[in-house]
Design a protein around this ligand. Sequence first.
Ligand code: SAM
Length: 303
Amino acid sequence: MIIPRSPQPDVEVAIRAATSYLAGYDLGYGHGTLEAVDDATWLVLEAVGISPLAPLQAHELGQTLNNELIDKIEEWLQKRALKRMPAAYIVGRTWFAGLEIKVDERVLIPRSPFAEFVLQDCFGLLDTEKMERVLDLCTGSGCIALAAAVAFPDATVDGCDISADALALARENVSHHQLEQRVNLVQSDLFTALDSRYDLILTNPPYVDRFDMENMPAEFAHEPELGLAAGEDGLDIVRKILIQCPDYLKPGGALVCEVGNSAEALQQRFAGWPFTWLEFEQGGAGIFFIEREDIIASAAGPG
Ligand SMILES: C[S@@+](CC[C@H](N)C(=O)[O-])C[C@H]1O[C@@H](n2cnc3c(N)ncnc32)[C@H](O)[C@@H]1O
């Protein structure tokens, strides 16, 4: 028994009991939450049907739980602690740039700092009012494509992924936000099935190197390996994107690419390339910005 059943517990008691239960395990965080109390609160509120986004009201904390609800919460807590399943997969959704995104084990759980970049007018690096065509390469759940479509209301956005399973879920997300008119999903191995030129390519591709793949917390094993692993130095996919993307960018267009912990390897391999590394107020790092003409000049240059 994780949550005491007598006297009948309320939401506050359930969150406290759930927090001490989860804190007793050496869990990995990194899918949008930081510690046991975050996951405990999220799981309890979702089970009860209270939005985890709004500030909790006193009457919600005092809501009592029946045995059926307690059973459900305990089952979810065990999935989190014993199966090491991230909370977002357990409840089936998360939020990205303020948008609800459905998730399951077909897609990575959205957590990219791209949300802040898109919400903050691309940090002033681009004229977002002139944005007509945007590509979200390696779209997974579709989260970045959807955030871009909302942020740039005059643009059409293509989201592409090699995984048919990921695209099936992305399609549900596009339809949930009623953005079918402006977000097109395409199955493609990087650029192979694409024939357009874009003002902006956003991409959070697989970039985890072999060492990190072998040493990540067990929670990450629930995510599709295809979304994470990118060879010895983490650059197998990014290398191809950098070389191929000028053919898919309009003159004056730009690539914004997440490489996470593989930033150091990238800077060594592409020494001298004028990457602008973005700085985020909400946390996160490892995303660079580079203009098409700089890629072409750097690729043609010495080395
Ligand atoms: C790190 S996940 C990013 C998902 C989503 N954009 C996000 O930020 O949550 C990378 C995605 O790239 C896809 N992928 C892997 N190799 C690919 C390839 N060669 N071409 C297109 N997509 C690929 C995976 O299926 C996965 O959905």
